[in-house]
Design a protein around this ligand. Sequence first.
Ligand code: M6R
Length: 599
Amino acid sequence: MCGIIGAVGRGDATLDTLLAGLSNLEYRGYDSAGLAVSGEELSVAKRSGELEVLEDALEGQSLSGNAGIGHTRWSTHGAPTDANAHPHTDCTDSVAVVHNGIIENYQSLRDELAAAGHEFKSETDTEVVPHLIESLLADGASPGTAFRQAVDRVEGSYAIAAVFAGSDTVFAARNDSPLVLGVGDDATYLGSDVPAFLEFTDRVVYLEDGEVAELSPAGWTVTTLAGDPVEKEIRTVDWESEDTGKSGYDHYMLKEIHEQPRALRQCLQERVNELAGTVDLGDAVNETLRGVDDVQLVACGTSYHAALYAAELFRSQGVRAQAFVASEYVTSPAPHGENTLVIGITQSGETADTLSALRDAQRRGVETLAVTNVVGSTAARECDGVLYIRSGPEIGVAATKTFSAQVVAANLVAAVMANGDTSHEFVSALRDLPGQVQTVLEETNAEAVADRFVDADAYFFIGRGYDYPVAMEGALKMKEITYKHAEGFPAGELKHGPLALVTGNTPVFAVVTGETGSEKTVGNVKEVEARNAPVVAVTDGRTDVERYADEVLEVPETDPRLAPVLANVQLQLVSYHVAKQLGRSIDKPRNLAKSVTVE
Ligand code: M6R
């Protein structure tokens, strides 16, 4: 998704600061990049393609100025061309604008501005903003007033920032698209997320919808669109800048897979009491969960698979629970009762579909809880309660450590819904889980399995019960980073259609852990084997599925509720190694974005 960086007060380092910020935003996925630096003159550079193309174009140029904005674009309106890349400027090149989101009324604004003589250089919705500002400046408005009045005319979702020729002030505003200020000692930053400027400062101010920030060398202020001052709290984020590096791994994805033991320990820390066998998520979350008898989980992608798992878990202890793909929940909201809780599971806390579903629930008067990784994210701020999964920054587009932490967090929620009491055995199984993940990481034969099946026509994944979300997640990971056909099915569904796809060159990954239904999955494995498909069993050894498997990915035995985490780590590694062999862009797969902020 698109990304924004801004900086004021960096003097001669403005250009380098913006380039560093753009590099930090690369993980979100993009197809063009650009920046504008404002000093006596306004200089703009933008190119389609990788950031390197822009850097090459800037070689030997020293864009000078004390204020600037930069943008990574993920195309929505218009192809990824130089002209469509941000920043966009007005007819006189006196204002440059970057924008994330979608301007819904851009066509009528564009028609109006074109009729008044404005000439457009791009196909984007964004370009109406600099032209609107230009016309307001021409009517005598100051830059700040022109910015506010222009933003006021825009309908849709946006995070917008603008710089003006001859000025070292950056203006920014948001509606339904994240924007955060970074407060440094001598400079102020702007980002669509914290990692954009984390290497410069960890002190942040989150903007809310309808607020306007003004960043100048004298400091920063936040006001409403009407200009009334707003008091904002400066928060310190506990992520280290080094957390956003690769630490010697070839890819962020591999690094994040290996960070899972630490992520799980952080998720559990101070929340489980081993001696007492209890779980405590803090008064606020405990209170949110009290008396809940119906849970609706809304999420997308990998987080949806965690939601599927959580629904199964909650049902197993007698709570009515269902997982919904967030975009479908908005289209067809589920009926709710007095004690319904809607839980949004979202790593980023910024996924537009999930936010929409949560807002829809709130409009209908239903209580909401965000389970998220990003402190201060929109989901965290808007929901009635928030449970942080504490995984640290996840940069790879493919979600890995956050899925595992979401599954563990679901177990903590389940325990609190059961009044905080759980068995000593289960609490020690939770405590042992990070170490068992470490064992899987050290002893895995996933690379050999990947080598053997790298040329397969397609990959199928089956499982039932808690293993079903793992099968779905295994397939999603495989398709998103290898670009090969992969599907996950409930093991029992295979014979109702998908079996027709199974051939000698379509390996079937059978996730067989725990006891419930495992024997039946072994039966499904035999059906596959009879059709000559290679079978890879991902198993904790509780059944004799190995007898029918061509390859085995073993996981240590644990409580059946936790085995899916271990099985999933094996599948993450298989996908990673297949993608690596195929030379794919593992951390930034084609067409995908880390944070999907449009519906
Ligand atoms: O930030 P979220 O958890 O809300 O993101 C939801 C999905 O976009 C995300 O899980 C996506 O499916 C991942 N790329 C999967 O690896």
